[in-house]
Design a protein. Sequence first.
Length: 231
Amino acid sequence: MNRKVLVLEDEENIRSFVVLNLKRAGFEVMEADTGELALELFQQNPDIVVAVLDVMLPDIDGYEVCRAIRTYGSRAGIIMLTARTQESDKVTGLMTGADDYVTKPFSVVELVARVEALMRRVAGSGFQEDDSLRSGPFRLDTRAREVVKNGVKIELTQIEYGILKAFMTNIGRALSRDDILEMVWGHHFVGELKIVDVNIRRLRIKIEDNPASPRYIVTVRGYGYMWEGNI
Ligand code: CA
């Protein structure tokens, strides 16, 4: 079992203090100062076991980050850090899928103890370390280069797999045809951008519920395509 922990906190003093103490306690710590960066790290590290999320952030709030992590299908333990103590916040947190709660100002010793306890709980519940990317009903296994939707394997060509992987590592981000071409075919590919559209049309037939009205790979007019995050 790894001991990977993500700390999301925009206040640098608090973050570095928490990170330092977690490292001293033997955790492998990744840190983020925005919700967006935290989600990016989560997608790149699906084996994160516990995430400590501050609620008040400059971009998206911690509850949104928590909800998105659950949307990926992650079973990581989540501790919310909040400055507020109202009961409604606690309810919101638990509704979005958080496991525990620490109210600011907090004792770092207590926080480390909570992380340790939650990690043990998550490990005991059969948390699987894998190299999968998850979004909605999809799970992409980067080791086996396989994609399943609702547990059913989808047969893809290597190009289609590459496109899907490019989307699932950039959830909610519009990718231009040039971006996709570079990510999937590589820098040296000489050819027409139309090849991207052709492959996306084929991919939609295989993965969309209704390819005529795509909801996973959406078209960004005049630009390219995007993997819809809220699915
Ligand atoms: Ca904050």
